[in-house]
Design a protein around this ligand. Structure first.
Ligand SMILES: NC(=O)c1ccc[n+]([C@@H]2O[C@H](COP(=O)([O-])OP(=O)(O)OC[C@H]3O[C@@H](n4cnc5c(N)ncnc54)[C@H](O)[C@@H]3O)[C@@H](O)[C@H]2O)c1
Length: 401
């Protein structure tokens, strides 16, 4: 018998790829999503589910859709009926935005997760209740700064940045012992979490709630700590998340990508195809009760400045990025993943290199543009003005407000 999997937030970027991946592998997939207008636009509906239009509808014919909010217990009761496993992706996503929307982020991400676990408990109390696995979309953001190696004393330490140094535009984290600059090194799962934003705090909370639940009720909980994901289907509407889509949306409008600090901050980008495959593998392996966490990243790093330039090349644009020289509250300098645990235990193997992945993203964007979807899908983002208004950016002369 096929396993029925409920994917919360399944209409989103990761969800559309994962639902296709699981349906093709023979799972019965049910999606529960509230079609958040920030991600899908005001007019979003079940008819045009997902952002890939026809492509999406075709690919997910075998998928059952339910529109509703995970904070609603009645909706969850229907969504969970007959499920064997849950992949929990639903969340509001945006580091900068979370810093002035505490209530919204805690409500969707933490209360939403609590309601989900409560509803799983109720479903499992039914005579035929059988939900034994939860796979959670975790996040690298929970680490805060990644690990760094001191260029002078050679020690590997938890990187941190002090406000005074950021005010002087000294962007690199310094060694707490000798104040020399740190070189970013791969961060493993056992690094102590140090969430630097409300979003990160809620992602860590989601993980802990699922771990507690797994320990109490003998089910398997796997948290996949995604690093920066990119690929076709990424929301171009949502200016608060998705660095590659954000840069690309500006380039396609003839505007320079805006980069905070000096553009040399490094990230570990991973293609959404590798994420979908890894999540399927994790679901298949989640047999043992108890909690596990895994970093999911490519292991390849790129600076934000270089990413903007490579995207411009892929889109045949000559626009150079604009380096703002500002610090944005909640941002970290570097975080690079150690993916050895996922390699060993999930047989995870990233397959898409950045060059090919950016080319695929650019091709998808051109198609969207050709088919006239780009303008309606990406109205002008104004997140920097909002951050400035809340005093959440720091320029060399102090807070901008
Ligand atoms: N994309 C990334 O780079 C990245 C990195 C780390 C972690 N993650 C995590 O992966 C998950 C999926 O991210 P994504 O990029 O696909 O985001 P997304 O915004 O494209 O998808 C999230 C989906 O959740 C839905 N949603 C939000 N609140 C909901 C609620 N209360 N009830 C029902 N549905 C709700 C939205 O409508 C949306 O379809 C999120 O949990 C996110 O925190 C993503």
């Amino acid at each position: 018998m096929s396993e029925r999997v409920l994917i919360t937030g399944g209409a989103g970027f990761v969800g559309q790829h994962l639902s296709r991946e699981l349906a093709q592998a023979g799972y019965l997939v049910r999606i529960a999503d509230n079609f958040d207008p920030q991600v899908h636009g005001e007019e979003a509906g079940m008819k045009n589910a997902g952002r890939n239009g026809d492509e999406m509808n075709h690919a997910t014919r075998a998928v059952e859709w339910m529109r509703g909010d995970i904070r609603n217990p009645e909706f969850l009761k229907r969504a969970l009926a007959g499920a064997h496993a849950v992949v929990h992706l639903a969340a509001v996503v945006g580091v900068g935005q979370s810093m002035y929307q505490y209530d919204r982020y805690v409500d969707h991400n933490l209360r939403g997760t609590a309601e989900l676990l409560q509803a799983i408990l109720k479903e499992n109390q039914k005579p035929r209740g059988r939900i034994r696995k939860i796979v959670l979309a975790g996040s690298m953001s929970i680490y805060g700064e990644g690990l760094g190696q001191c260029s002078r004393c050679d020690k590997i330490v938890q990187a941190r940045r002090q406000m005074e140094q950021l005010q002087r535009q000294m962007w690199e984290p310094q060694c707490p012992r000798c104040q020399a600059e740190l070189k970013p090194v791969a961060t493993p799962e056992d690094k102590k979490p140090e969430p630097a934003s409300v979003y990160a705090f809620t992602k860590y909370g989601q993980e802990q709630l699922c771990e507690l639940f797994a320990a109490s009720y003998g089910i398997a909980s796997i948290s996949l700590r995604f690093f920066n994901i990119y690929g076709p289907g990424q929301s171009l509407r949502n200016p608060y998340t998705g660095v590659a889509a954000n840069f690309a949306a500006r380039l396609l409008r003839g505007q320079p990508p805006l980069i905070f600090e000096d553009g040399r901050q490094q990230r570990d980008l991973i293609s959404v195809h590798d994420i979908a495959r890894a999540a399927r593998q994790a679901l298949a392996r989640a047999e043992q009760p108890g909690a596990r966490v895994y970093n999911l990243a490519s292991g390849q790093t790129v600076s934000m400045g270089e990413l903007a330039q490579r995207l411009a090349r892929a889109l045949d644009s000559e626009i150079e990025p604009q380096i703002t020289g500002q610090y944005r509250a909640g941002d970290i300098r570097h975080c690079i993943a150690d993916i050895s645990r996922a390699r060993a235990e999930l047989q995870f193997q990233p397959t898409v290199n950045l060059q090919d992945g950016l080319r695929e993203l650019a091709d998808w964007l051109r198609r969207e543009e050709y088919e006239g979807r780009l303008q309606t899908r990406c109205p002008l983002p104004q997140p920097i003005a909002e951050l400035n208004a809340w005093g959440l950016t720091l320029s060399v002369s102090g807070r901008t407000n």
